[in-house]
Unconditional design. Structure first.
Length: 583
């Protein structure tokens, strides 16, 4: 409620409320909204008792499926099929493996061999069912985790026996570990003459995934999707891991599930694939899905068969929603469609307000100290991207020393790698509430935009002691205000020319923003790593000196004191802006 509404409800003068807010460090006006906690504190100062009242129709609204499962009567819980996600590097045979499991040709006819949609499929083996989610990458997996929905029970990590552990494999491992989900390694393509499963297991060990053959706790199964070798062995291993988890749900409760994908079909209207996680969904059920409501008109299985009901762990395509929900939204059955529509409307309004406020979801170094003081943070999650592997080892060593020297905050590296900071790194940071550290590594334009939208803190360093010094200061609340870096443009080197003066002119195409001759600094990037940081000596279009060149145009540029420019390098143009009172 607003300060004015609070004043009217309590009989406290608005000026008195504003004074109380100011004492608490909140500068407000009479029309500003205050939350329940703030209102309760002010009311307590004036000896007014407050009661948090939940409207009757809003009681029982599901925010987290884990809470639903823990609230169920244990006597009504029944075993349910496991939900398995297949992850791994592109071209390592994820879809072919699923194709072999289903004995249907889902891999045929897909553009470029890349999975176009998230598919959810259920198969049966030894009179037991297994549900598979086939993701196009890690984005959907991350999006669901970032929204608090844990849909996967087991992850099958596919690694090609003739190729090895690749960057996307490492990224998948980081996602699985951050989610805390059991993993099974499927070493695929063992029918190829160049296959070397032993080498794969060694590479996995180096990536901190120790398979059972090496004395670890991660099961590994050698398969061939193309030759259909040992597919049943993989399925039996999935069932074994599932048995250890004792997966259960209550099929008699009202249905609750998670949206896996959704789209607007021009003939059928909004269509959503939902994975039922508790209860049973039936046609004619009224449902609330995020900011959308509706009545189930019809339901279909993954093979297109019309269903009369869908039990826990069943993926089902539903028709009848009044709009298109988001992947990761929670579906729940409601008694009254009118109430469902009202809540959907409230949620939509709330989402708009949050978008306008653009709340930060990541943890930043500046607010680390206050969060530690309030007991909100025990671990500082960090993603490290560097120019070379050696830098990562040195940074991890420094972090280990920091962890040993104090107990307030433990630094956890959730992902590490060499090369540019990517959009995938930003998505992982969102899901893990991590900060990203670039050591002589920079983000690409897409990653920078995603970080700004999602409020992810990216820190850049080229000296290790400065990095550890900043984290020490952040832990004690002593991080000083300095300069903010404003990136103004990106360009790629298309050609190079050597002048008689031995200077090298880089022929550039400006891909984003603008290049300005004065007031800007330039970084030369090769494969995402910084190889030079300096000033612009001259900027020309054709033979004329120019002040600035905008995106979509070509230009010639000389970097002061630097001649090792190569075709394919990228340039990042930036300026420093002093920020008073904040880092």
């Amino acid at each position: 409620m607003t300060v004015r509404e609070f004043s009217e409800a309590t009989g406290i003068g608005a000026s008195e409320i504003l004074k109380a807010l100011l004492k608490g460090g909140v500068l407000a006006n009479i029309n500003q909204q205050i939350d329940y906690e703030t209102a309760a504190l002010i009311a307590a100062d004036f000896s007014i008792e407050t009661v948090e009242k939940v409207p009757e129709q809003l009681a029982g609204i599901v925010e987290n499926i884990k809470d639903v499962l823990t609230a169920q009567n244990p006597d009504e819980m029944r075993p349910r099929p496991p939900v398995v996600t297949i992850m791994g590097h592109v071209d390592h045979g994820k879809t072919k493996l699923l194709d072999a499991i289903r004995s249907a040709h889902v891999a045929e006819g897909e553009a470029g061999g890349i999975t176009q949609h998230i598919g959810a499929y259920q198969i049966e083996i030894n009179h037991r069912k297994i549900t598979f989610l086939d993701t196009p990458g890690h984005e959907a997996f991350t999006a669901m985790r970032a929204r608090g929905a844990q849909v996967t029970d087991i992850v099958v990590l596919v690694v090609a026996a003739d190729d090895g552990v690749m960057p996307q494999t490492r990224e998948a491992i980081a996602h699985v570990k951050a989610a805390g989900v059991p993993m099974i390694v499927a070493i695929n393509k063992i029918d190829l003459p160049t296959a070397n499963p032993g080498r794969i297991k060694e590479q996995l060990a180096a990536a901190d995934v120790i398979v059972e053959d090496f004395g670890g706790d991660v099961p590994s199964v050698e398969v061939s999707a193309r030759a259909k070798i040992n597919i049943d062995g993989l399925l039996e291993m999935i069932l074994l891991v599932a048995d250890l988890q004792e997966l259960k749900a209550n099929p008699n409760a009202p249905a609750v599930g998670t949206i896996v994908e959704a789209e607007l079909d021009k003939n059928r209207g909004p269509v959503a694939t939902v994975l039922i996680q508790n209860g049973t969904l039936r046609p004619e059920d009224n449902v609330l899905v995020g900011g959308v409501a509706g009545k189930i008109k019809s339901m279909f299985s993954d093979s297109g068969k019309r269903l009369r009901f869908a039990e826990p762990s069943t993926p089902v395509e539903i028709l009848g929603l009044e709009g298109v929900p988001q992947a990761g939204d929670i579906l729940q059955v409601m008694d009254d469609l009118a109430v469902a529509r009202e809540i959907a409307l409230q949620r939509t309004r709330q989402t708009r307000l949050e978008a306008m406020a653009s709340t930060t979801r990541g943890t930043s170094l500046e607010d680390l100290f206050s969060k530690v003081q309030q007991g909100q943070v025990k671990d500082l999650n960090v993603i490290v991207k560097a120019d070379v592997q050696g830098s990562i080892g040195a940074i991890e060593h420094q972090f280990a020393q920091l962890n040993a020297s104090q107990n307030e905050v433990q630094i956890k590296v959730v992902h590490k790698g060499t090369g540019a900071i990517t959009e995938g790194d930003v998505n992982l940071a969102t899901a893990s509430q991590a900060i990203i550290i670039g050591f002589n590594a920079r983000p690409d334009p897409a990653a920078r935009r995603a970080a700004e939208q999602q409020g992810i803190d990216i820190r850049f360093y080229n000296i290790i002691y400065q990095l550890t010094d900043d984290i020490k200061k952040a832990m004690t609340g002593m991080l000083a205000p300095t300069f903010k870096e404003v990136v103004e443009g990106y360009a790629e080197v298309r050609n190079t020319f050597r002048l008689p003066s031995r200077e090298v002119v880089a022929g550039l195409y400006v891909t984003d923003g603008k290049v300005t001759r004065t007031g800007q600094s330039v970084r030369v990037l090769r494969n995402g790593a910084v190889i030079h940081d300096g000033r612009i000596s001259s900027l020309k279009r054709f033979k004329d000196d120019v002040r600035e060149v905008t995106a979509g145009y070509e230009c010639g540029l000389v970097v002061e004191g630097f001649t090792d420019v190569q075709v394919g390098d990228n340039m990042e143009f930036y300026r420093q802006e002093r920020v008073e009172g904040s880092f």
